[in-house]
Ligand binder design. Structure first.
Ligand code: NAP
Length: 481
């Protein structure tokens, strides 16, 4: 236990007692030990948080970009300096290896830094009028109070990827983090506090998702809900937001294909495939879910992949040299097992791994697993598995593999491994995904737009595109003599 009760509700610059006595226990997914209790808030606290954000909006949006920028710079700096401690907290609540957790915290600080720079670049437009008696100006205005809802798989960077641009644009915010990983969110809010964020600009509510969500959805003061999480919850939020015609920015699930062509550099390609699939133990929205390998290189590719996967060390994230931590929950472990059982029952052949992990930790562990001879009917080839299960299917024809890769409602990220420039462009243009990695599996960087198409989302986070989500365009039409 880190402590018995961690204050987790922050409204108008105050760490608050919750209005009810209800609390929620946070567990370490590797050891199943209780870490701490947090407050379990609901609709009442969410309304108070939205009121605070609404009252803080005129002052925060009225500051210059430079003034807001200074606070974001400070927050980024504090976060980078404290990356090791913050990484340890992240690993304890989420399970990922410490090296990945520290990397995530530094990446999260990178979003704050990028948007500290963007804060003074909210440009408008001067439109040449078609008549001499008019002048047309478009000015960007911060959209207003923003409600941010985030998942557990990147408990730090998913928050700053939203709050960074929202705050830079001049919006005030209410954050609801995942109940699995609220401690990283609490630390981020403390950092904003230390950086000098005025009261009410950043508010935090933990607790009942239905109640918090209901208030965020129905309260007219909330002008935008920015959500990262599953497609199912994203669809629900989009439906329910229609009554108040709120904008809903969605970053949803993925089902990324990797296509390894016969001209790929096998050593590089297999290293990248391992990095993509097994980062965060397969619990990454953009991680590869299925692997298509050209028949001519399939045996060599599979053998190399097996060799590299078998070197991955499973264990406690806080221990040095750990490559794979636990899954986040029992439910996640059940999904891994159900996708593996389904694949084996439908004719897949186990290359390495399997359902049983032979370690002695009580948490939600499973071995990194590869199956070959995967077919299109298998669940693992159709749904987001979100676990370290890698199915391999071979192909011979470029058009056919593109058709298969596109045959899904998801459209977040896709990867191709090839050394051929014409193929790179031809295939990248045809893949229906928001992001294409060519011999690269890490497209999420502060300066570039991250986001899906189809049912993987409708927005972009990162780069100047990320700030556009939080800015409305207002036309000023001036008649002159
Ligand atoms: P989730 O179950 O959809 O939950 C995400 C967040 O939404 C949590 O904070 C959750 O809180 C909250 N939530 C659920 N129902 C709600 C409601 N009715 N009103 C308000 N909030 C509600 O997703 P997850 O399991 O945490 O995350 C994994 C998913 O996120 C995967 O599908 C992954 O691909 C996706 N993801 C996408 C991206 C991207 O950038 N596209 C990045 C990371 C993850 P409770 O848990 O309390 O219900």
């Amino acid at each position: 236990m880190i402590s018995t009760l961690t204050k987790s509700i922050y409204i108008n610059g105050q760490w608050r007692e919750v209005n009810s006595a209800k609390t929620q226990t946070i567990y370490n997914p590797a050891t199943l030990e209780a870490i701490t209790e947090i407050a379990y808030g609901g609709q009442e606290e969410t309304k108070e948080a939205i009121d605070a954000a609404s009252q803080a909006f005129p002052n925060w949006s009225g500051m210059t970009g430079r003034e807001r920028s200074r606070i974001l710079y400070k927050a980024a700096e504090l976060m980078r300096k404290d990356a090791k401690r913050l990484g340890e907290i992240l690993t304890t609540e989420q399970g990922k290896p410490l090296k990945e957790a520290i990397g995530e915290v530094k990446g999260a600080a990178g979003f704050l830094l990028w948007y500290a720079e963007e804060a003074s670049r909210g440009y408008g437009e001067w439109i040449p009028s078609s008549t001499k008696s008019k002048r047309l100006l478009v000015i960007p205005k911060p959209i207003g109070v923003v409600a941010a809802i985030t998942p557990w798989n990147f408990p730090s960077s998913m928050i700053t990827r939203k709050l960074g641009p929202a705050l830079a644009a001049g919006c005030t915010t209410v954050l609801k983090p995942s109940p699995e990983t609220p401690l990283s969110a609490i630390e981020i809010v403390k950092i904003f506090e230390e950086a000098g964020m005025p009261p009410g600009v950043v508010n935090l509510v933990t607790g009942d998702a239905q109640e918090i969500g209901k208030e965020m959805l129905t309260n007219k003061e909330v002008k935008l809900i920015t959500f990262t999480g599953s497609t199912a919850v994203g669809k629900y939020l989009m439906r329910e937001a229609s009554d108040t015609v709120k904008k809903v920015s969605l970053e949803l699930g993925g089902h990324a294909p990797i296509i390894a062509f016969d001209d790929a550099d096998l050593d590089k390609a297999t290293t990248l495939a391992v990095a993509s699939k097994f980062r965060n133990n397969g619990q990454t929205c953009i991680c590869a879910n299925r692997l298509y390998v050209h028949e001519a290189i399939a045996d060599e590719f599979t053998a190399l992949l097996k060799e590299k996967v078998e070197k991955l060390k499973i264990g406690l994230g806080l221990e040095e040299n750990t490559d794979l931590g636990p899954l986040i929950s029992e439910q996640a472990l059940e999904k891994f097992n159900s996708h593996l059982d389904d694949a084996l029952a439908k004719g897949a052949e186990l290359v390495t791994g399997g359902s049983q992990w032979k370690g002695d930790l009580p948490g939600y562990f499973c071995p990194p697993t590869i199956v070959k001879n995967a077919t299109d009917e298998m669940k693992v080839m159709r749904e987001e598995t979100f676990a370290p299960l890698f199915p391999i299917q071979t192909f011979t024809n470029e058009d056919e593999v593109i058709r298969k890769a596109n045959d899904t409602d998801y459209g977040l990220a896709a990867y191709i491994f090839t050394e051929n420039t014409s193929r790179t462009l031809r295939v990248s243009e045809k893949l229906d995904y928001g992001m294409i990695g060519v011999n690269d599996v890490f497209p999420s960087v502060p300066e570039a737009p991250f986001g899906g198409i189809k049912q993987s989302g409708n927005s972009k986070e990162g780069g100047h595109y990320g700030m556009d989500e939080f800015l409305e365009k207002k036309l000023i039409s001036i008649g002159i003599e």
